[in-house]
Design a protein around this ligand. Structure first.
Ligand SMILES: [Zn+2]
Length: 549
């Protein structure tokens, strides 16, 4: 998703009054509250989630724009991992559960703060696969940062209906196992809508069927694992155009009046795909194709159907996003949201506490795009522009097992941290192969930070754990303390960090002729001919504070 609440919820003038309210100003402080029962049920991986493994969803719903009403079912197939009689699913309380059916049996269930505990009349056996049909109906709540589920209208007055539910959760509009650890292996999405409208969902378009009652069903097939919040429908008066990159189908959907602008702006998608394929390997969802879909909010990484609302202009909502003159060269939303196909959609964090795996990495992918297109120096300049956005008020990794969202530092501090890792590796050839192999190793998996740290340690032969911990699990960044001796011939140095075993090489001395020193948290001394004011630290390559004592 996009970076912070003010911009992310930005509403363009062309949208109807029913689009989500927004604040033009970024949030100043995060609200802290004790987790509610809903936060715990939602964020935890309790016994009735852990006892099963998702295999497949078929979400099959009818959307009535007039009544602002949806109805239908989700067929949920899962394999039991242990014998049990109960599983936990989730559906927002705004919906009615019409029935939950298992073969010929209608199942009992218990609703609790958004969770739905489903009971089976007999024990389900470990190792066996089962399927239930979860029927529901109601009017979805328009809520959350991006609207959740919005019944809107386009400027010409046609229905424009879309979902964007990261954070607030997919159960705001459909029943599912609402967590990040477990994904279905594939999914079918069937959306029935009034004739004449178009639905764009995730996956490969399989065809449409006239239902004979004024409605047409649009069928999509997702060939890959998909996380719940990525599942999306976009219903509107869309025009379609297409392209290819090698064997990869590229499909684009824009409102009629925006078609010419879209054809021009969406041409950037090819260069983006080439750049990310260069660093990480093949686009992850080849069988589903790559799609860009116009929406009225800024954008979202909906898997294989990235949604786009960046005004068909470069920068981020027509701003120079990192403020150093490079952001206006490309469309931020095309680059950022599509970067999530590799980090966020293919590699997914197993708990939202570790969401920096999505956002820190994808922000780093922005700088890789800049490097691929414009070279190393512009990439370093671009990402250092993020420094002014970092708050360092709380750690990037938040409490596990409780629904919540990490602070925006996961983006800005995240990219600066990853750039620091590159400088620690200090060998670009190794760095590029490490990035490529990291992605290939973890693709289509749900991982935690520990998995990534272990991989880095193994590949570099270094113990990077205290460095990851300092940047991700503490509020402060490390400070390099420097003490110059009175006669100007030596400097003493050490890290001031929360991690007692923190040690990190860093380039110091003269810009252009950097010398690498290896400070720890204990004082060391070296000779220098540089005076206090002349002695520099490569703070564009390492995200650190410098304190000349
Ligand atoms: Zn993002």
């Amino acid at each position: 998703m996009v970076a912070f609440i003010g911009l992310a919820g930005f509403v363009t003038a062309q949208t109807s009054p029913s689009t989500p309210p927004s604040s033009a100003a970024p949030r100043q402080a995060r609200e802290h509250h004790d987790p509610t029962r809903a936060d715990i049920l939602r964020g935890g991986y309790g016994p009735y989630r852990a006892n099963n493994d998702l295999l497949f969803y078929h979400l099959d719903i009818r959307v009535d724009p007039e009544k602002k009403f949806i109805s239908g079912k989700n067929t949920i197939r899962f394999k039991m991992l242990k014998d049990d009689t109960r599983i936990q699913l989730d559906l927002n309380d705004a919906f009615r559960i019409d029935k939950i059916v298992f073969g010929d049996t209608q199942l009992n269930y218990e609703r609790d703060s958004g969770a739905v505990f489903v009971d089976f009349p007999e024990t389900l056996s470990a190792g066996q696969a089962y399927s239930i049909d979860f029927y529901y109906s109601g009017s979805p709540t328009q809520t959350g940062r991006f609207g959740g589920f919005t019944f809107g209208k386009d400027p010409a007055g046609h229905p424009w209906i879309y979902t964007a539910c990261e954070g607030i959760g997919a159960s705001i509009w459909w029943p599912n196992k609402e967590q990040w650890r477990d994904e279905v292996e594939n999914m079918q999405i069937s959306v029935s809508i009034p004739n004449g409208l178009v639905d764009v969902s995730n996956g490969k378009f399989m065809g449409k069927t006239d239902l004979g009652d004024g409605y047409t069903r649009w069928d999509w097939w997702v060939h890959y694992p998909i996380n719940n919040y990525d599942v999306s429908l976009n219903i509107g008066n869309y025009q379609h155009f297409s392209d290819r990159l090698g064997g990869l189908p590229m499909d684009f959907y824009a409102l009629s009046e925006d078609l010419d602008k879209a054809k021009k702006q969406f041409a950037q998608a090819k260069g983006m795909l080439e750049a990310f394929q260069h660093y990480f390997g093949e686009y992850p969802f080849k069988k589903d194709g790559y799609k860009l879909v116009e929406v009225p909010y800024s954008g979202m990484e909906h898997q294989s159907a990235v949604t786009y609302g960046n005004h068909f202009a470069n920068g981020y909502l027509e701003r120079d996003w990192t403020g150093v003159g490079i952001s206006p060269r490309f469309d931020f939303i095309i680059i950022h949201e599509s970067g999530h196909e590799w980090f966020g959609n293919s590699i997914t964090a197993a708990d939202s506490s570790d969401m920096w795996i999505h956002e820190g990495w994808t922000t780093y992918l922005e700088s890789l795009y800049v490097e691929y297109m414009y070279g190393h120096d512009d990439a370093i300049k671009y990402l250092n522009g993020y420094k002014s956005k970092v708050k360092n008020e709380e750690p990037i990794i938040t409490a596990r097992g409780v629904h919540g969202e990490p602070p925006a530092d996961q983006y800005f501090k995240g990219v600066l941290f990853i750039n620091t890792l590159r400088s620690i590796v200090n060998d670009d050839k190794r760095w590029w192969s490490l990035l490529h192999d990291l992605y290939q190793h973890f693709k289509y998996q749900n991982i935690m930070t520990e998995d990534m740290v272990q991989y880095f340690n193994r590949r570099t032969g270094m113990n990077l754990t205290p460095i990851f911990d300092q940047y991700l699990r503490h509020t402060a960044i490390p400070t390099l303390e420097l003490k110059f001796d009175a006669n100007g011939s030596a400097v003493s140095y050490r890290w001031n960090a929360d991690e007692l075993e923190f040690q990190m090489p860093v380039r110091v001395g003269n810009r252009g002729q950097w010398q690498i020193i290896r400070p720890t948290t204990r004082w060391q001394t070296m000779p220098t001919s540089l005076k206090r004011d002349e002695f520099e630290v490569a703070t564009d390559l390492y995200y650190v504070n410098v304190d000349k004592l």
